[in-house]
Design a protein around this ligand. Sequence first.
Ligand SMILES: [Zn+2]
Length: 114
Amino acid sequence: MDPAASLRFKVLLERERDRAKAQISRPLPTAMTSPQADALDCAADLSLWTVAQATYLVARRRLAEAEVALARLKAGIYGICQSCSREIDPARLEILPTATLCVECQKKAEKAQS
Ligand SMILES: [Zn+2]
């Protein structure tokens, strides 16, 4: 990967990492603590909390993926498929900068999972 491209991906990945970090630091909604809360309030709180927790988990995963990609970039192995060691299509990295597998290996991995 040429230096200009790797710099561009570095910026993309850092932005992704910072966005995920910001999401993680957002506090969870105050859940069901009010003594006046009725069942409906609790239900509303619970669904807010569920959404917030799911968002949090997704953000945690995105943060981890961005950090792995940045470490790989620093090590000079960014954009190399972890499975077959071939170069990942740059068009794929544009869409998914944290990809660690090429399209073929990703497909194989997904098949193996299902
Ligand atoms: Zn591959």
